[in-house]
Design a protein around this ligand. Sequence first.
Ligand SMILES: [Zn+2]
Length: 139
Amino acid sequence: MTDKQAPVPDRYSAFYWENAARGRLAVQACEECGQVQFPPNAVCESCQSQSLTARPVSGRATLYAMTVIRQAFHPAWTDSLPYVIAQVQLDDAPGIRIQTNIVEADPADLKAGDPLEVVYEQRGDVTVPQFRPTQKNGT
Ligand SMILES: [Zn+2]
């Protein structure tokens, strides 16, 4: 079986993957104007400052949009069919949407607005943040 492709961190996204490896979700924040942005960039997209830092976020999110993939476009994904590619809106970083997979859910049960929480998937040397429906206490 072929392994799923892993993201390749670069100089701007390295903090994101390093935090994920520690079980934390972080986005890029501007130290000058406070803007948060995703994906990471070389400069603040609001004020062009290069003073950027990693800001931890809770990992709670809301499903914004999704599509269900029923045909594997790479053999590594065959066993995951059907799977969901989604954009999720971070609850404590307004305007930030992360493209991700929704895991641990029947795609038919998902809809925009659903509450989600981050989980982490190990792919080779890289830890990939993914999201699942928020787990209710006691179930
Ligand atoms: Zn800024």
